[in-house]
Each structure stands twice: as C-alpha cells, then as structure tokens.
Ligand binder design. Structure first.
Ligand code: KG4
Ligand code: ZN
Length: 341
C-alpha cells in the first residue's frame, strides 16, 4: 500500500510517499528556516503564505521522486492537528482537494502520532516492541505516551508549561544563537564546559516543566555578568564572551537532557511491562540525548523533524488498526482531535 503523506503544521512544507508504513519511496521537505532565522522565530502568517507557494510543487516532486503516478497512490494522509492554524489549513485543504480530484481515501492524522511513527520508517528489522513508552519532544509538546499496541496512546506525562524544544529556542535567543535553537545549542555546547549548576523542576509524577529552566538560565547569565535582573534579556548576548555562550549552552543542554532522562526512568519504573522506549519529535535529533539513551529507538536524524513520511507511516498503522477514512467534505480542523482518539 502506497500512501502520500502531507505535513504543513509549522514551518516545513513536506510530502512523501511511503510503502506499507515503513519503506520511504520519496521524502521532500522544504524548510522555511532561512526566512525565520532572520526574525528569530516563526511568524504564522508568513509560514502559511510560504506553504501556499510550496505545497503543490512539493507534492508533485514527492510523486516524481517515488516514480509514482496518481494511479499508484492508495490513500492521502495529512496532518490535521496540532499546529499553526493557517499552516494546517493549507495542508488540509490541499489534501482534501487532491483526494476529491483523484478519488482517493483521505486520512486526517495527529501530528504527535506521526512523530512517534517516524521510528518505524526504514526500521523493518529492528522495529520497536509493544508495550512501549514514547517520549515525544518537539517545539510545541513534551509528553510521555504509553502505547500498549499500534495506534493506542495514553498520555501519562506532559509539560505543565513550555515544551522542551521551545525552551531550547528561548535559551538560544538569550545566548544570541540563531533560530532554531536546538541545533545551534547542540553545536555550540560542544565547545563548552557544563560548569553552571541549573535546577531541576520539582514536578510530581511523569509531568514536566521547562519554563523555570529558561528563567534559571536567564538569571544565571545576569549573575555571571554582574547585571541586575531588570537588565533586558535581549541585550545580554552583547555582553557574553564566546566561551561563556558555549558554557551556558553546554550546562543548559546537560540539564534539559537530565530532566528528560529522569522522567523516562520514572516512567519505566511505573510501567514495568514496557519492552521498548521510542523517542520522537524535533528534539530527538539531539546527539547528546541519543548518547544518553543508548537503548532507546530514535528516528533517523533526518526524520526527527517534521516530514511527510512519518504522516504516511502513522496513517498506514491507523488503517491497519481499522480507522476509517475522513470525509473530505467534512474535514475541518476544529474540533481538534486528541491523541487518544
Ligand atoms: O518536531 P519539530 O520539528 O516541530 C514541532 O512539531 O514543534 O520540533 C522543532 C523543535 C524546535 O524547538 C527545535 O529547536 C528542536 O525541535 N530541535 C532540537 C534539535 N533539532 C531541532 N532540539 C535539540 N537538539 C537538536 N539537535
Ligand atoms: Zn513536529
């Protein structure tokens, strides 16, 4: 079964063709990172307009790269939620139009499910075993999911405030590192020492909190520079040496990873039947995190971020689990479906 997956939830316009949920026949990702690096973050209106320009050529290239015609495509899968409203609308409206035009079944797929299923792509020989815990860490979410089987999700831990990816992005901004913050912190941390002690939040159970860590970095930078807490955060970068930036990046990254690993360990104690751990979402590209969790499944680094292949993979396992197609005429991104649906 060949599925065309379409993803436009944030700042990547992506489409891919995946066979039987695991074999990638094509995977096209057009990123808007260059546009938003200038602004230091995503501007939703600009993202939606960029999706509109890119979406049809991206879908076309995904078919050409996979050597497929429309006759070869069995279904269309599209990211339905969560994400930026304008960005999601471009993907969902394109997908429903193509589904009606080419008479294909349409599936509206939850973005976090898709991230989890990136772990099944090109992993036929060593695929994760159920029940499993999935650590989903992206720019918008930080969750631990318990999955007893395919397409069965129970949220057992979630962030009370910021997502870990958002925290990487905000700390990078304080340190004057380019957007997106995750890759730039990871790169800069290599030259730094983990010399600053940053606190771990005291959140009960498997829940997370990352807003305090961001503030802790801010306060530590102000203290290091001998500046008052009223000093504007956007100016701190002008006072930091390259070495101080690297040391703060290293100390922050170490603490963020420790927090994630700690909660995951607590999760494994709470769910002793778990047979594997999968890590998913943009932050799963982080090299130091991969080293800290040698027994966990990670997607190929290129599949950690947003892409269409993971959407097609998630759709395949939905179909196998008996999920019915979405009526293209009623596809509406509200009400938002929950990951437990
Ligand atoms: O999954 P994703 O591409 O988009 C969302 O669904 O949010 O995740 C984007 C997030 C950003 O916050 C980015 O800074 C972070 O993933 N990220 C990383 C790395 N690469 C991307 N965080 C830490 N280390 C990385 N290497
Ligand atoms: Zn994502």
């Amino acid at each position: 079964m060949k599925i065309l997956g379409i993803e436009t939830s944030c700042d990547e316009t992506a489409a891919a063709v995946v066979e039987d949920g695991v074999r990638i026949l094509s995977n096209v990702v057009v990123s808007q990172i260059d546009i938003f690096a200038e602004y230091g973050g995503v501007i939703p209106e600009v993202a939606a307009r960029s999706h509109l320009e890119a979406i049809l050529p991206v879908v076309d290239k995904a078919l050409v790269d996979a050597s497929c015609s429309w006759d070869d495509i069995d279904a269309i899968a599209v990211t339905h939620a969560p994400g930026l409203l304008g960005s999601l609308l471009i993907g969902t409206l394109t997908a429903r139009t193509l589904a009606i035009l080419h008479d294909k079944p349409l599936y509206a797929v939850h973005h976090l499910k898709s991230h989890v299923y990136a772990n099944w792509l090109n992993a036929e020989e060593t695929e994760p075993v159920f029940p499993l815990l999935a650590l989903v860490i992206s720019g918008g979410h930080t969750q631990i999911l318990y999955m007893p089987g395919h397409n069965q999700f129970e949220i057992v831990g979630t962030t009370r405030d910021d997502a870990v990816g958002e925290c990487f992005d905000k700390v990078a901004k304080i340190l004057g590192l380019p957007y997106p913050g995750g890759p730039s912190i990871s790169k800069t941390a290599k030259g730094g020492s983990e010399k600053y002690n940053l606190p771990h939040p005291k959140v009960k159970g498997l829940d997370f909190s990352f807003s305090g860590l961001k503030t802790a970095v801010l306060r530590a930078v102000q203290k290091e520079l001998g500046l008052p807490i009223t000093h504007p955060s956007h100016d701190l970068k002008n006072h930091l040496s390259q070495q101080q930036v690297a040391d703060f990046a290293a100390s922050f990254q170490k603490t963020a990873i420790e927090i994630l690993v700690e909660k995951l360990k607590m999760g494994l104690e709470k769910y002793p039947d778990v047979k594997s751990v999968v890590v998913a979402g943009g932050v799963s590209a982080n090299k130091a995190l991969r080293e800290a969790l040698p027994d966990a499944y990670f997607p190929a680094p290129a599949l950690s971020g947003d892409n269409g292949a993971m959407v097609a993979a998630a759709c395949y396992f939905e179909i196998k689990s008996g999920v019915e197609p979405t009526d293209p005429y009623s596809l509406n991104i509200y009400p938002r479906i929950s990951i437990e649906d």
